[in-house]
Design a binder for this molecule. Sequence first.
Ligand code: 5GP
Length: 190
Amino acid sequence: MLIDDIAEVLITAEEIQKRVAELGRQISADYEGRDLLLIAVLKGGVLFLSDLMRHITVPHAIDFMAISSYGLSTETTGVVRILKDLDEPIDGRHVLIVEDIVDTGRTMDYLLRILQARHPASLRVCTLLNKPGRREIEVPLDYVGFDIPNRFVFGYGLDLREIFRNQTFIAALKPEAQHALSETAQEVSE
Ligand code: 5GP
C-alpha cells in the first residue's frame, strides 16, 4: 500500500515540530513549581509524548494508559474499555493527559471521568489534533496542537490499521480510500 495513492499530507513534519515546541514552552510556564505527571494514551500518543516531553523544562514523570479504540473500522464505535491502567496512583498530583486526537470526545470524556474520580490536584488535557466538527460530547481541551477537518488521519503515532505510526507527518486519507476501507471493515465484521 503506497501512502501517495491513498492519502495526502495534511500537516508537515516541520509544522508538527514547531507546534510541539510551542506547546512544550507553554506547559513549562504553566506548571512551574508543580508536581507534573504526563499521562499518554497508548498507542497513538507515544510519538507526541516523546517529542513534547523534550520541550518541557519543568521536572515531570510519565505514565501510560491503553484504552480500546476503533479496531479495524475507521469509524468510532463509542465503546471504550481500559486495556492497561496506570502504574501509580495520581491523587494529589497535577495530571496532564497527552492524547493524539480528540474526535467525538467519547474517549476523553471517559478518561476524564475515571481519572477525576482518583482525586488528582488538577487534571488537564493536551491533544495534538482536534476534530471540533465531529464532537458528540463536549470535553475541555486545555492545549490543542491543531484543529483539523472531519477526515480520517494517520501518521505521527496515529495508525491506519496499525501501520504508518512511524511517519513524521500527518496524512489524511483521500475520500475514495476512506470509503473503500470502511466497506472492507464492514465485510470483515459481518
Ligand atoms: P473519540 O472517542 O474522540 O471519537 O476518538 C478518540 C480515539 O479515536 C483517538 O484516541 C484515536 O485512537 C481514534 N481516532 C479518532 N479519529 C482518528 C483518526 O482520524 N485517525 C486515527 N488513526 N485514529 C483516530
